[in-house]
Design a binder for this molecule. Sequence first.
Ligand code: AMP
Length: 458
Amino acid sequence: MILIIVADNDRQPVVTPVSGTRRHNLYETRTTTHTMTPLQSIKGFKDILPGESELWQSIEEQAKTVFAAFGFREIRLPMLEKTELFARSIGEATDIVEKEMYTFQDRGGDLLTMRPEATAGIVRAYLQHKLYAQEPVHKFFTIGPMFRRERPQKGRYRQFSQINAEIFGVASPYADAQLILVLVHLMNGLGVTDAKPHINSLGCPACRPAFRTALQDFLADAGDQLCSDCLRRRETNPLRVLDCKVPGCKEATQNAPALSDYLCAECRTHFATVRQALDDRGVAYTIDDRLVRGLDYYIRTTFEIQTGALGAQNAIAGGGRYDGLARALGGPDIPATGFAIGLDRLAEIVGSIRRPDLPRPTLYIAALGEDARPMAFQCLSQLNLSGITAEMAYEDKSLKSQMKRANKLGAAHVLIIGEQEMQQGKATLRDMATKEQVTIPTDDLAAHLIERFHNTGG
Ligand code: AMP
């Protein structure tokens, strides 16, 4: 079925399904005069409005400062990738690939997907640009939106943002420990003091198959206690049954074999070193044998940062080691490890702890009468161009209403430019806190104000 989108003269689109051949004629106009309610955003997609965006900016800035100190550099990637990239990396039998991806065929017939996570794209870029040939170790971070068609609820959206960090070219457990340290340091800096790392080892291709078989044998007897998803996972991705939140599944897996009993010597040593490195730095953590995470590519260390502040969606960040991924995507065998922080959830927690200062103008310019407005605009522009936040009344308003507006905006000073005073070469500067007023010369008014505000730090 093809949809024809018709816009009426109020620019309200009307969507009419039609069949057949008019594939390239999707937009037509039609003249109708009925009113419609304004369009709403898509379910699970939300707007970050001014007031909240300042909080997001402050979190992002803090993350960038921490990343710089730890040697991570920014990588910016497309939001759209070939579907095959995610199918091959995240895994065909994962919830994301099975049922959550926004996938469509573009006009050229390519199968494309809105990225559901960032790691696959980072590995793709790393291989495509042969970055491994330039440097043995790369540390990347990226911040941006991801898309998963999950059931929307508090803390779970269909478009959400992540802060990602990845280390390429280091097989050592110290890279895993460093990532956990970055997370804990960032959370502490943001005031999220109850954020706790949960860590586990998922083993490697040498030891995990034996655990998988043992788990599958165990689950074969669990039968009708498992939810329908887990009955399917039992065959395709049995480890996922271990972190299913459905009470019946939790109960059925209470005595399931433990991954820690199946780890090979190398995986054991790797995990012990991660723990020791965290102990040495005094980082508290919980070992969580059931932390298997939702993506196929993890091996050895996996971790999650959980907090009590979020209710059901208690994970603010998750990550782990994915040594085999570069090779699985056609590149050389390069070890890698990384994490993703859920920015929406983090902002919710940080917002409940502190609100960032909202911007307020240093100066509000009140122009009395049309003749004063050109001078007001001159002044405003010069202040703005020199980096001083200033506002003015663009329209003709009474002095009373302009003062009210200045108050509402929280302006520190108001500059009153009246026609008469201007003719006398004067204007009035009012300090909104002390109510003190001074008359200042209009000669070189903007330069005078700029100097004054720079001197007072205003
Ligand atoms: P993942 O990429 O699944 O390992 O998730 C990493 C982090 O991203 C999680 O710990 C969440 O904080 C966040 N996250 C994942 N899915 C969503 C979602 N649908 N809505 C909001 N945050 C999410």
